[in-house]
Ligand binder design. Structure first.
Ligand SMILES: [Zn+2]
Ligand SMILES: [Zn+2]
Ligand SMILES: [Zn+2]
Length: 166
């Protein structure tokens, strides 16, 4: 026996791989079937699908942010290569712990960290977590826990239940 290989299609907007059954691109939110209406305004055609909540929205309810479609409540997510930040910390042990918990919950977390040069040149030794922050001109080194965009809401629900603060 052999399996028939899945058909490989590519989104014309972001050029990521999509499935023939997809009604929208899960990577950028481009709608492949134009007849969808806005989840809020049922007489208005949707312009795209929010890649966080997977709902179709019109131009009033959603917009393109860095070539990805996001609804208003979700348009401030930090997204890196198709993954959304759900947690940030300066503590590597904590980041690993959060990742472990999310994995146990059946999600697919990934840890991402980088230095963010701001206008100062000093290192931030410790202190508080300032996600993406302009923290008083210091370098802020945040370790981010990311999950695939479609898992962001579920991951945040878990984090709230476990009482982790973002
Ligand atoms: Zn796409
Ligand atoms: Zn959304
Ligand atoms: Zn709308």
């Amino acid at each position: 026996m052999y399996e028939i290989e899945k058909e490989v299609l590519v989104c014309t907007h972001c050029h990521e791989e999509v499935q023939a059954v997809d009604e929208f691109c899960p990577h950028c939110g481009t709608l492949f079937e134009p007849e969808h209406v806005c989840a809020e305004h049922h007489s208005v055609l949707a312009s795209g699908v929010c890649i966080i909540c997977a709902q179709p929205w019109c131009d009033k309810c959603g917009s393109w942010v860095h070539d990805r479609f996001l609804c208003r409540p979700h348009n401030d997510y930090e997204i890196y290569e198709g993954m959304a930040r759900v947690y940030g910390t300066l503590d590597d042990t904590m980041a690993q712990y959060v990742r472990g918990r999310l994995e146990e919950a059946g999600l697919h977390p990934f840890i991402f960290s980088r230095m963010q040069p701001l206008h100062g040149s000093r290192m931030l030794a410790n202190t508080l977590v300032y996600p993406m922050g302009d923290y008083d001109g210091h370098l802020v080194y945040e370790i981010k826990v990311l999950v695939p965009c479609q898992e962001a809401l579920e991951a945040e629900q878990h984090l709230r239940e476990w009482e982790f603060r973002k």
